[in-house]
Design a protein around this ligand. Structure first.
Ligand code: CO
Length: 218
């Protein structure tokens, strides 16, 4: 019987089967992957265990560069995410950056309430700020699940905008690199992704106050 003490061993066994099956269908599989990566997409998603980027998009190793955090938040002082974005855009040359939220997100739900959970409170403050910005619309939704769903949409939209505001993305557009930023929401109940109408792909998509003028850079 599996106990907590050795439940991790299932993963090691699973890994052996994975390695064997990949090499069975293509003996060169790992040799080819080890040559390097050239992913077309950067995925910024929630850490939730039910939203694995490759699995829900039917893609494989080597296709998506991934960053995940609680409730898929883009903070421009987050050294971790900014390093990922800079590397993805400037070195890997991804053409599509996807911010993918998901309905039933515990982070979004926690941000709607008044409980204190610890360090994560500071992280969720970013989502409370999204709520406050859209409070007139959100407060009119009486059903809390529906309100959380709408906040999930709005959070993704805000994070797409936050990405576009970064110097990394603006500089890429200034240099005529083709980088599209997409906002998606994944449904835990049906496994389907909804594309939100928020795609950003040029400096004109950003509010003027946030735009950098690179001709005046010093
Ligand atoms: Co989540």
């Amino acid at each position: 019987m599996e106990t907590v003490r050795n439940s991790y061993k299932r993963l090691i066994e699973g890994n052996k089967l994975y390695s064997q099956s990949k090499q069975f269908s293509d003996p060169e599989y790992f040799k080819k992957l080890s040559l390097g990566q050239k992913p077309e997409y950067l995925w910024i998603g929630c850490s939730d265990s039910r939203v694995p980027a490759n699995e829900v998009t039917g893609t494989h190793s080597g296709e998506i560069f991934v960053h995940r955090n609680i409730a898929n938040v883009v903070v421009h002082t987050d050294l971790n995410l900014m390093s990922v974005v800079e590397y993805a855009v400037n070195v890997l040359g991804v053409h599509h950056v996807i911010v993918c939220g998901h309905y039933g997100c515990g982070g979004v739900r926690a941000a709607m309430g008044n409980s204190s959970y610890g360090i994560v409170d500071k992280w969720l403050r970013n989502i409370k700020d999204v709520y406050f910005k859209h409070r007139v619309e959100l407060d009119q939704i009486a059903d809390l699940d529906k309100r959380a769903d709408r906040l999930t949409d709005l959070n993704v939209i805000e994070q797409v905008k936050n990405l576009a505001k970064t110097k990394i993305i603006q500089k890429a557009w200034f240099e005529k690199k083709h980088v599209e930023i997409h906002g998606w929401v994944y449904g835990l109940n049906n496994g389907l992704i909804t594309e939100l109408n928020v795609m950003h792909m040029e400096n004109e998509d950003i509010e003027e106050i946030y735009r950098y003028d690179f001709t005046k850079e010093f």
